[in-house]
Design a protein around this ligand. Structure first.
Ligand code: AMP
Length: 333
């Protein structure tokens, strides 16, 4: 049985990228492994949300986790800030994390470019906090999307370095993981990069949003004027549309549109209509559950309490050993 840890930042609602990059693996893993799934509220502070936005987003992510099928009877579902041990491990790991390596991280460079007025230390040390999240429960596997691959490599480096400095093999070196497949990157609708909640809202398909809005967004997804030569190479926005379709639609449907593309007979309106139908068929049951769960505050509170209790227990065990290893010994010494 493997130890699994993964989290999602509450910076908005969950979208299809989160689902296919991470949550889908969570559902399979919780059946067989020792899983810790958390809501990464400390991480979301790098973009300075207001207290109300933060609280609201935490509730949304919890509701959406549960609506997707995460089961508190099978996995530990908890809020990162309910487990203060993570902050201590973050502090200790920061002492062995170097400016140079942190500044070279692609996501840091991208964020620094996107929010030049808010290049805070939390943004720089994001991979260290992520390493602390994972190592806190000594996880071996981390179900994440492709966008997190580099962060996972850093987690391995921090674990290796700690083990080397303190001449121990205490921390495992965790690997990024997607259940039975390669890591997934779900593209956004605007023809550029990945689907993400910090991008503009029309780029992402959210699990809890009004389904009419979802349909509209998909119908407005960026396309080009259409192929003019048989078997022509697809431009990026069309590749994205096909990628998205291959994630949610049956394979023969994708193959039929591929064929039409190659024959220059494709009508993007038709393709997007079909894509919207398949996305909605997939999201609808989750959407319904989200709206039922939102009113069940007592249940949500119970889930969080129980998750916090179990996560703290595991975290406390790790942190006591880490203190011992690093020389913070109990009296008498
Ligand atoms: P975040 O929303 O950045 O906190 O990411 C939470 C999880 O969703 C991580 O495992 C990410 O790798 C995954 N994820 C986010 N966006 C995408 C995407 N567009 N494609 C695949 N996985 C994603």
């Amino acid at each position: 049985m493997d130890r699994i840890v993964s989290g999602i930042r509450p910076t908005g609602n969950l979208h299809l990228g989160n689902y296919f990059g991470a949550v889908k693996s969570f559902l399979r893993l919780q059946e067989e492994h020792d899983c810790f799934f958390f809501i990464a509220d400390y991480h979301s502070l790098t973009t300075h949300p207001s207290p109300d936005d933060l609280a609201g987003s935490v509730k949304n992510v919890l509701v959406e986790y549960l609506a997707c099928g995460l089961d508190p009877e099978k996995a530990v579902i908890y809020l990162q800030s309910d487990v203060p041990q993570v902050a201590e491990l973050y502090l200790l790991l920061n002492m062995n994390a170097y400016m140079g390596e942190l500044q070279r991280v692609a996501s840091f460079k991208e964020k620094a470019r996107k929010q030049p007025d808010n290049v805070n230390a939390g943004l720089l040390t994001y991979p260290v906090l992520m390493a602390a999240d994972i190592l806190l429960h000594k996880a071996g596997k981390v179900p994440v999307g492709k966008d997190q691959e580099q962060h996972l490599e850093m987690t391995r480096n921090f674990a290796k370095r700690f083990n080397h400095i303190y001449k121990t093999n205490f921390f495992p070196e965790p690997v990024a993981y997607n259940f039975g497949h390669q890591l997934v990157k779900v593209p956004g609708l605007d023809g550029t990069g990945k689907m993400g909640k910090s991008e503009n809202n029309n780029n992402a398909i959210f699990l809890g949003e009004d389904l009419k809005k979802t349909r509209k967004k998909i119908m407005r997804a960026l396309t080009d004027a259409g192929p003019t030569r048989e078997n022509q190479e697809k431009p990026q926005e069309i590749k994205n549309l096909f990628n998205l379709m291959s994630i949610v639609s049956p394979q023969p449907v994708v193959a039929a549109f591929e064929e039409q593309y190659n024959q220059c007979t494709i009508r993007y309106g038709e393709m997007k209509k079909r894509l919207a139908e398949d996305v909605i068929t997939f999201i609808e049951p989750i959407y319904e559950k989200i709206h039922t769960l939102h009113n069940n505050n007592q249940y949500l509170e119970d889930v969080m309490k129980e998750g916090a209790r179990k996560a703290r227990e595991s975290a406390q065990q790790t942190i006591e050993e880490v203190r011992e290893i690093t020389g913070f010994k109990k009296f008498p010494r």
